[in-house]
Design a protein around this ligand. Structure first.
Ligand code: JFZ
Length: 428
């Protein structure tokens, strides 16, 4: 069904030089913060572990009632300088934040609809603007998530599969008016916030057969900011006009969550997004936190696949990042401070990630990341380059190795092992 997406993308697209430059930057950057923040944070999941930014849909709250929510959204403790400082300490290089999620509420000063943070919350300020100014100060790139799916706009009609009839909207609407509205909002986002990293689309999976006019939208974005990178969480092979390929909660090529419907791993830069617990938006009950070890290892594996790791947080309604998330981010940042050489600026290594770990590469150095190994020997496939030497990253001591029938056997004694990632440097 998804393969039948009735849509034309920017077919004659050839990325501008600044776009190609940004793609390199993106692949070097490796680690970013995903932020799901909206008026739904006030509901905090409503006591249900599996509900957050989807609460309008999952609890079937009609528009008329959901529209009362912005009046309770007053994040007076929001401090963009603090957010960006956390991001930097975490070793992250960029932020991707929800400018509008499926509920249709704009978290910025939109002029095409007053359903936005400035016009309808007691807070009354544009959080994206504040965040962007701070990102510029501290040298962090900002991307905007934008939901194509909209449970609020009257012209999002006929409804997609998630919007059926709970919203209370009239059973009519002009689809093209909705696309025009979306393109106008995107124009605002690409015009009023200086240079942005790109647009992270989500939601066209809700209406696979709709005429999304992607070609026009992608063209518009690239015309306004040729360097801005477009990615989309549509779970299928990239359309022309896209600049990076996304994998939701799975490593590229894996589909353990059942989301990623494509086997295609394109030549575009890759990105994998993941939650810290099980929720994107703030959920009071979801205490199912992944350990920092687990998240570091996933980041390493993602890097081994050549993919960035976009790790999510759902800020609280007061504007603060959940303290548990800050703790995790600080641990990851400390790890990266020590081992970042083997992550930042690398590309996927010559050996495909597997049970034991992954490899990354920068120039003449291959980093072997041993994440899970019981034995004291690791056999890797032969490399097509001559090995000069192999050392342990931690203490620079030499790694003993010998040729085997199938490749190379590395000696990794227990006392050299590191609980998170034992890194070996192969100089070729
Ligand atoms: C989407 C959003 O729905 C979600 O709220 C979050 O923003 C995440 C990053 O992206 O997740 C999806 C995408 C597709 C489906 C379900 C959830 N799908 O195809 O059913």
């Amino acid at each position: 069904l998804l393969l039948a997406m009735n849509t034309v993308a920017q077919t004659d697209y050839s990325p501008a030089p600044e776009n190609l430059k940004n793609r390199e930057w993106f692949q070097d950057a490796k680690f970013g913060l995903f932020v799901h923040w909206g008026v739904y944070a006030v509901m905090a999941g409503g006591g249900d572990q599996g509900v957050a930014e989807w609460i309008m849909n999952q609890k079937q709250i009609p528009i008329e009632q959901y529209e009362k929510l912005p009046a309770f959204f007053n994040p007076t403790s929001f401090d963009p300088a603090e957010w960006v400082a956390i991001v930097k300490k975490a070793g992250m290089q960029y932020i991707t934040i929800t400018s509008k999620h499926h509920d249709g509420f704009a978290m910025y000063d939109s002029k095409v609809s007053d359903y936005n943070i400035v016009d309808q919350t007691p807070y009354g300020k544009d959080v994206l603007k504040q965040l962007k100014d701070e990102c510029d100060k501290q040298g962090i790139k900002l991307f905007f998530y934008y939901s194509q799916l909209d449970w609020h706009h009257p012209d999002y009609f006929p409804r997609g599969r998630t919007g059926k009839d709970f919203t209370g909207r009239p059973q009519s609407g002009d689809w093209n008016k909705y696309i025009d509205y979306m393109n106008t909002q995107l124009t605002e986002l690409l015009t009023n916030y200086g240079e942005i990293g790109g647009i992270w689309f989500d939601g066209m999976w809700d209406k696979p057969d709709a005429e999304w006019r992607l070609e026009e939208t992608y063209q518009l974005i690239h015309d306004l900011q040729p360097g801005a990178m477009i990615g989309s969480n549509h779970h299928i092979a990239p359309f022309p006009g896209e600049d990076f390929q996304m994998f939701e909660r799975d490593l590229p090529g894996e589909n353990t969550m059942g989301f990623n419907k494509t086997e295609t791993i394109s030549d575009l830069p890759l990105e994998m997004c993941e939650t810290m617990n099980g929720s994107w938006g703030f959920n009071l009950k979801d205490n199912n936190y992944k350990s920092s070890k687990q998240l570091i290892q996933t980041m390493v594996k993602a890097a081994g696949h050549g993919a960035n790791f976009l790790l999510n947080t759902g800020p609280m309604p007061n504007g603060k990042i959940q303290p548990e998330n800050v703790d995790t981010l600080m641990v990851m940042g400390r790890w990266l401070k020590q081992y970042g050489e083997a992550i930042y600026g690398t590309r996927k290594g010559p050996i495909r990630p597997s049970e034991w770990g992954a490899t990354t590469q920068k120039g003449n150095i291959i980093y072997v990341h041993v994440l899970d190994l019981e034995q004291e020997q690791l056999e890797i496939p032969a490399l097509d380059r001559k090995i000069k030497k192999i050392t342990f990253f931690d203490d620079g001591s030499k790694v003993k190795f010998k040729k085997s029938e199938k490749g190379i056997v590395l000696e990794i004694p227990s006392e050299k092992k590191n609980t998170i990632d034992t890194i070996l440097k192969i100089e070729i």
